[in-house]
Design a protein around this ligand. Sequence first.
Ligand SMILES: [Zn+2]
Length: 77
Amino acid sequence: MAKVIFWLVVFFLVLLALRLFSAHQARRRRDESAERQRGHTEPMIRCGQCGVYLPKSSAKLTDRGYGCGDEHCANRR
Ligand SMILES: [Zn+2]
């Protein structure tokens, strides 16, 4: 009888471990999709010199407003 109880405990422990693991996976998937969405909603700004649109995080603030920081753009000054 003790053997049966032992295997039942093992069975439930495995079940619990699988459940925790899948919950962890689901949370990670949610975080990743939230991150992607944040990337999509990042404000786009227009380069004041060449007029190209780029995400605000990769724009550089210059004396003439936001700039893309590209070499072709700097040559336009
Ligand atoms: Zn530019």
